[in-house]
Design a protein around this ligand. Structure first.
Ligand SMILES: C[S@@+](CC[C@H](N)C(=O)[O-])C[C@H]1O[C@@H](n2cnc3c(N)ncnc32)[C@H](O)[C@@H]1O
Length: 220
């Protein structure tokens, strides 16, 4: 029996059309709604790890570039990585004309194309819920590897210890085992994320709870 989560195959399929990609990134296809949600993400990033004009930022699982389109103009360079080449194809269309953007397809398990100590900030938002725990941990270690000394890291997930997170957990649990899609949402907890950051070697770790979300940030 294979335990391969088939990230690439799954997400290339989900992103076969632009509309399908948007639905699986955000749950809607309206650009105005997408921008409004991005304002909230930028506020979180700004309040937890800061956004500086000299920064090289890297996103793990950037999707259609929802965040990248708004963030790239605020920083020196924005690198969007994703397991799905189809997602990156849509991102390339949406970000056309923004010249400090680089898109990097990955294998779904690491950031091996990115050199050690080469970026100032790494973030991963609305992705951990689609990864098994070991791969969340792999990405936290990879974030630590590619960050410059003093670099900042942000990650989030639905918090099982919140009302909305528990509802999400029950909704996923209700799917019959034989029908579970590989991208079915899986929650985290505050201790889980804090443990990954601490074990990877991050300092100044802080966690934040808000609505369904748990956010963790740390510094290398
Ligand atoms: C819900 S979308 C979120 C996209 C983006 N972070 C945002 O907030 O708009 C999840 C993204 O994670 C990507 N993804 C899923 N599994 C991945 C993996 N193992 N490694 C890298 N990216 C992955 C998917 O292709 C998809 O683009």
């Amino acid at each position: 029996m294979s335990n391969d989560p088939a990230y690439k195959e799954t997400w290339n399929h989900l992103a076969a059309t632009f509309e399908s990609a948007l639905m699986h990134v955000a749950g809607y296809t309206d650009e105005a709604q997408l921008q409004a949600s991005t304002e909230i993400t930028l506020k979180w990033l700004s309040q937890t790890i800061g956004i500086n004009p000299t920064d090289t930022f890297l996103e793990i699982g950037c999707g259609v570039g929802r965040v990248g389109r708004e963030l790239a103009p605020l920083v020196s360079r924005w690198i969007g990585t994703d397991v799905s080449e189809e997602m990156l194809r849509h991102a390339a269309d949406r970000l056309r004309g923004i010249h400090n953007v680089t898109l990097v397809p990955t294998n779904g398990y690491d950031l091996s194309q990115i050199p050690d100590a080469s970026v100032d900030a790494v973030y991963c938002t609305v992705v951990f819920m689609h990864l098994v725990e070991w791969d969340r941990w792999r990405y936290v270690q990879e974030a630590h590897r590619i960050l410059k000394p003093g670099g900042r890291f942000f990650c989030d997930n639905a918090n099982i210890d919140s009302y909305a997170g528990w509802d999400l957990f029950l909704a996923s649990a209700a799917v019959p085992p034989s029908q579970r899609p590989p991208h079915l949402s899986r929650c985290s907890s505050e201790p889980e994320l804090r443990t990954y950051l601490r074990r990877a070697g991050f300092n100044n770790i802080r966690t934040h709870l808000g609505g369904v979300w748990v956010v963790a940030r740390g510094e290398k």
